[in-house]
Design a protein around this ligand. Structure first.
Ligand SMILES: C[S@@+](CC[C@H](N)C(=O)[O-])C[C@H]1O[C@@H](n2cnc3c(N)ncnc32)[C@H](O)[C@@H]1O
Length: 291
């Protein structure tokens, strides 16, 4: 007799037939943990759904029911619904290992291609600032696959910094990545201590990046690139670009190539967008201006 391997957890889950249409078609996997969101109708069947996901995928050891990320540190409210009671794991991406705790730190496996895309843009010798580094996936991808002079990996969440430092060590990029536990708003002060300006800045704090844009403008070199991420309603995208352009202009900086990429959808009309902003200072401060 031939036993067919189930294609999906949906083939084996024991929920009433009238609810089958509501079962999510996909869920995120971070390391050996599956993260699933369920509509209210299915909450009573969370255990059955969790067990079905474990049976359908032998690499998954824990299934968590999750709410969207929230709060300053962008972490999730979650509940283990099946498998091992664990929230710490190790996620593999492009040959790199990222240790993290999904309860205490932000991580999105869906940004893997975006991280690789950015690392492909980096020129040898660049000074890079990853303003909201989390467990440092952008910084490490760049340090490993490009040849930056240095990447400053900054985060305010001390748990994220603990894992960022561990990940920098495990991936052997200690000579390329400086992990800094700080508020990104302090970056002007921090970089002045290192006596450097950034050639490239990564601003991955959707919803709030705009509040830090002035700081990014303060720390860049005469010509730089800012990778700006945001979550915006499609009707508000042009307005945001205008605000960014005006703020830059006020600071004597011209910005170009503001091509918006819709990276993933967030809600029916809202998108997680990325903009690669090319900047050029129109008034370069001479020593006399600074003194
Ligand atoms: C959306 S996560 C991005 C993490 C990382 N770049 C990634 O792709 O996995 C945003 C991060 O910004 C951090 N954060 C929030 N406010 C901050 C601030 N004022 N200064 C520095 N980091 C901050 C959060 O702790 C969180 O780790």
């Amino acid at each position: 007799m031939i036993t067919l391997k189930p294609k999906s957890y949906k083939d084996i889950v024991t929920t009433p037939n009238y609810l089958k249409d509501k079962l999510p078609t996909s869920y995120d996997v971070i390391g050996n943990i599956a993260l699933i969101k369920l509509p209210n109708d299915l909450i009573d069947f969370k255990k059955e759904i969790g067990e079905a996901i474990l049976s359908a995928n032998k690499n998954i050891k824990t299934v968590c029911l999750v709410k969207p990320v929230s709060g300053e540190f962008r972490v999730r409210d979650l509940e283990v619904i099946a498998g091992k009671q664990q929230t710490a794991t190790c996620h593999k991406e492009y040959g790199l290992s990222f240790y993290l705790d999904i309860r205490k730190t932000y991580f999105s496996p869906r940004l893997a291609n975006e991280r690789k895309r950015i690392s492909n843009l980096v020129q040898p010798g660049e000074i890079i600032v990853d303003m909201f580094t989390g467990v440092a996936p952008f910084s490490i991808m760049i340090a490993k696959y490009a040849e930056p002079k240095i990447v400053f990996a900054v985060d305010k969440n001390k748990d994220a910094i603990y894992y960022a430092q561990k990940n920098v060590t495990v991936n052997r990029v200690l000579d390329k990545v400086e992990v800094i536990h700080a508020d990104a708003l302090k970056l002007r002060e921090i970089l002045s201590r290192y006596k450097v300006k950034a050639d490239r800045v990564i601003m991955n704090l959707p919803f709030s990046s705009y509040n830090f844009f002035k700081t990014a403008l303060d720390i860049i070199s005469n010509q730089a690139i800012i990778h700006y991420y945001d979550i915006q309603h499609e009707k508000e995208i042009d307005k945001r670009i205008k605000q960014l352009t005006e703020l830059a202009k006020k600071n004597n900086i011209e910005i170009k190539n503001n091509k918006v990429r819709k990276i993933k959808s967030y809600s029916p009309y809202e998108f997680y967008i990325g903009i690669d902003i090319t900047t050029k200072k129109t008034k370069i401060k001479k020593f006399a201006d600074v003194a």
